[in-house]
Design a protein around this ligand. Structure first.
Ligand SMILES: *Cc1c(COP(=O)(O)O)cnc(C)c1O
Length: 395
C-alpha cells in the first residue's frame, strides 16, 4: 500500500529540485561556442554572479562541481608551503582544507564541534598568536551542509580585523548562496566559492568563484596555478578561454534561466522565503523532539541554518527505515546524515526551488513515517509548521 504516485519531492541538501523552466531552457540543440548568443550567456551569468555574491570583483565559471570550485580557489591564490587556517563546523571546511593539503598547503585547523558555529573569539585568538604572519588564508563555510550549522561570516571578518591579521578570507557559499544574506564586498571577503546545484537551482556541473582585489593580487604570485583553473588564462580574449575549452553550454542555458527566476523573485525575497521555510521546519522539529527521539543537531537556535536542518535521531531508531518509508510510500527523498552523522541523523533540506506546499508535504510525510513506524514523537509537528507560516506570512 502506498500513496506515492504524483510529483516527487527531493528533500536532500543538493542537488536540489530543478525548476521545470530551467529544464525547459536546457532542452534545445547545441549552438556554436565562439561568438553571439553563447557569449551573451557567459556575460549574463558572470554579471548575475556579481549581483548574487554582492561583489564588484571578478567571477569565474568552471565546468566542475563544488569540489572543482574549491580547487580553483586554492590554486589561484596560494603557493606550496603556505599555511591556511581551516575553521571547522562540520565536514566541508575540513574537506576543503584536506584538498589544499594534497596540493602542498600546510593546514592548521581550528577544531570545532559539529553542533556549534565557529567561535569568532577563538579565531581572533588564533590569528593573534600568528605573530609571524604565517597564515595566508582563512577557510570557512557559511552553511555546513553536513551539520546544518550557519557560521556568522561578518563576525569572523570582525575577528580577523580585531587580530590585525591580513590573511585572505575565503568562504564556501555552496549551500548558502541565494539561500541567505551574503555580502562579499561589505564583509570584505577575498574569495567566494559556489556551485550550480543548490540554491542556484541548476543541475550539478558548474562551479563558481568570485575574487576580490586582494585575491587578484595574491594570484599574481601564487605558484599552485594550473592551466585549467588559472584565472589569468580565463581572462583571455577568446570566448572558449573563459572555460579553458568547450563551454558547458546546456548548463549555461539552465543557469541563466535559474538566475532570471531569482532576480524576478528578488534576492531579498529568495532569502526571506528560505528564512520562513527554515522557521517552519524548526517549529516542526521542536514538536517532534518532545518524543525524546529527535533532537536538533545544532544547539544554539541562531546557529541553525536557513537551507538545511540536521536532526539527530536517537533511541536506537532506524534512520534508514524512516527514509525508506518516506520514499517508498510518499515519493519523498529525505536526506540522511553524512560523515560523523551517518546513520544518526536526518537532513531536511529547504534549499533552492522550494515553496510552502513542498516543504509541508515533506514534513507531513516524515510525520506519517513516525506514526507508521511507531517512533515516539510529539504530536502536531506539521500543524506547528503550518501555524508558523500562517503567523509569519502576512496576507
Ligand atoms: C555540496 C557542498 C560542497 C561540495 O559540492 P560538490 O558539488 O558536491 O562538489 C561543498 N561545500 C558545501 C558547503 C556543500 O554544501
Amino acid at each position: 500500500m502506498t500513496v506515492r504516485t504524483g510529483r516527487d519531492i527531493l528533500g536532500i541538501p543538493g542537488p536540489t529540485t530543478i525548476p521545470d523552466e530551467v529544464l525547459g531552457a536546457m532542452h534545445r540543440p547545441a549552438i556554436q561556442i565562439y561568438t553571439g548568443e553563447l557569449v551573451d550567456y557567459t556575460t549574463y551569468i558572470q554579471d548575475g554572479l556579481r549581483d548574487i555574491f554582492r561583489t564588484k570583483g571578478r567571477t569565474y565559471i568552471y565546468a566542475a562541481n563544488g569540489h572543482g570550485a574549491w580547487e580553483a580557489a586554492v590554486t589561484n591564490v596560494l603557493s606550496r608551503g603556505d599555511r591556511v587556517l581551516v575553521l571547522e563546523s562540520g565536514r566541508f571546511a575540513h574537506n576543503w582544507g584536506e584538498m589544499a593539503r594534497t596540493l602542498g598547503v600546510e593546514i592548521e585547523t581550528l577544531e570545532g564541534t559539529w553542533r556549534d558555529a565557529v567561535d569568532p573569539a577563538a579565531v581572533e585568538a588564533r590569528l593573534k598568536a600568528d605573530t609571524g604572519g604565517r597564515i595566508k588564508a582563512v577557510l570557512v563555510v557559511q552553511i555546513d551542509t553536513a551539520s546544518g550549522v550557519v557560521n556568522d561570516i561578518p563576525a569572523i571578518r570582525a575577528a580577523i580585523d580585531a587580530a590585525g591579521h591580513d590573511a585572505l578570507f575565503m568562504v564556501d557559499t555552496i549551500a548558502s548562496l541565494a539561500c541567505m544574506p551574503f555580502e562579499m564586498d561589505e564583509w570584505r571577503i577575498d574569495v567566494s566559492v559556489a556551485a550550480s546545484q543548490k540554491g542556484l537551482m541548476t543541475p550539478p556541473g558548474l562551479g563558481f568563484v568570485a575574487a576580490g582585489e586582494r585575491a587578484i593580487a595574491a594570484h599574481r604570485t601564487a605558484d599552485l596555478r594550473t592551466s585549467y583553473w588559472d584565472w589569468t588564462a580565463r581572462e583571455g580574449e577568446l570566448h572558449y578561454q573563459k572555460y579553458c575549452g568547450t563551454p558547458p553550454e546546456h548548463l549555461l542555458f539552465g543557469q541563466r534561466k535559474a538566475m532570471e527566476m531569482i532576480f524576478e523573485e528578488g534576492l531579498e525575497g529568495v532569502w526571506n522565503r528560505h528564512r520562513l521555510l527554515a522557521g517552519a521546519t524548526h517549529a516542526a522539529v521542536e514538536v517532534w523532539a518532545e518524543g525524546g527521539v529527535f533532537e536538533f543537531n545544532v544547539i544554539a537556535p541562531e546557529s541553525r541554518s536557513q537551507s538545511i536542518t540536521a536532526v539527530l535521531v536517537g533511541g536506537g531508531q532506524d534512520v534508514a527505515a524512516l527514509q525508506r518509508y518516506c520514499l517508498e510510500k510518499c515519493n519523498v527523498t529525505v536526506g540522511g546524515g553524512i560523515g560523523d552523522l551517518k546513520g544518526k541523523a536526518l537532513r531536511i533540506a529547504h534549499m533552492g526551488y522550494a515553496n510552502a506546499p513542498m516543504l509541508l508535504g515533506m514534513l507531513s510525510s516524515i510525520d506519517m513515517a513516525l506514526k507508521a513506524l511507531k517512533v515516539p514523537h510529539g504530536a502536531g509537528a506539521t500543524q506547528a509548521a503550518v501555524d508558523y507560516l500562517g503567523e509569519n506570512v502576512s496576507a
